[in-house]
Design a protein around this ligand. Sequence first.
Ligand SMILES: [Fe+2]
Ligand SMILES: [Fe+2]
Length: 276
Amino acid sequence: MQARTPDDVVVTPRDLRFSTQQARNQYWLGGDPVGTAVLNALSLTFPDGEKMFMDAVRHFGGQLSGKLAEDVRHFLAQEAAHAREHHALNAIVDPTKYPVEEILTKVRERIALTRSKGPYAILLSTIALEHFTAMMADMHMQNRGLFANADPEIARLWRWHALEETEHKAVAYDVFLEATRHWSAFKRYRLRCLSMAYITFHFTRNIANHASRLLEADGYSAREARKAVRRFLWSDPGLFRRGWRSYIAWYRPGFHPWDLDNRAELADWRAEFDAS
Ligand SMILES: [Fe+2]
Ligand SMILES: [Fe+2]
């Protein structure tokens, strides 16, 4: 039996706004230009990326009922708020100093290419990218020191985003299972593995490229920038490397995002954001 999201996982949209503009052009991640560049590069991909995730899920929304239909509504509300807040956050990256337009153009070209392949391709890309965001959210949860010296308001934004990405980590996946229920299990498995391999190559390469371009604007040579970014992503702290176990799990037949049950670890973040 294919696993689904546990019934007691609640997806709660929190329509929060963050005041982040005090950090304009600062190395807001504890004074570290490299980590700041990597997280700014990620943030630059989010507004357009999350709009694609929303469209991916919305396309199949009419076929859904019960808790999944409700989870989808909450997923859409969460992603809309994330896209809005990351769009606002991205204004801290000064376009007269950094190649913001160049990066956004590349992000949009890639998304347009995916969109041109139709609703199933968009959904397959979405579930793979949602697995990446869930892995990074889990990494954030397990390594809270990463944001220890960060601008507090920006740290709060990333914490809120990580919390909600974890809550909804399987919503697009469950929509995929529902939308492809007429496929054979093998076809579903083959295409989600191919999609993950494709996304892994492009997403990790693009984030490294975008972050390197941002660092070059800070005065790094192209070579120094690539080396520093590679180190941050794959070695120390290893933003992409640390989630390797859950990454590999994707390739297991019958995989489901809630096989990694990290509900309990979310409790204090939930308490922080749901207190009011
Ligand atoms: Fe999001
Ligand atoms: Fe998401």
